[in-house]
Unconditional design. Structure first.
Length: 92
């Protein structure tokens, strides 16, 4: 990866799963099932709270009202613990 890519769009695609779109056109599907531990992430087990996901345009991250957020590098690169699935690579 050459630099950090901002997240520009996020949508819920299933129970505790997101589709994340980056500023270079790359798309990743991320399942958070089994990773929602700790005081910041536990409220996201509630589907209504999980659905309140949004993109923080200032930081280029995925965030929730609980203060939880996801690092764009982890999602983009598919690094553990998330192991994001590549849906579409960046435009050449």
């Amino acid at each position: 990866m050459n630099g950090i890519h901002d997240i520009v769009h996020v949508e819920v695609i299933g129970e505790q799963s997101l589709r994340v779109v980056f500023d270079d056109g790359a798309v990743r599907d991320v399942s958070l099932g089994g990773h929602l531990d700790g005081p910041v992430f536990e409220p996201l087990r509630d589907p209504q709270m999980f659905a309140r996901v949004e993109v923080d345009r200032e930081t280029g991250t995925v965030t929730w009202p609980t203060g939880a957020d996801l690092d764009p590098i982890v999602i983009y690169e598919g690094l553990p613990p998330l192991n994001a699935r590549i849906v579409r690579e960046a435009a050449a």
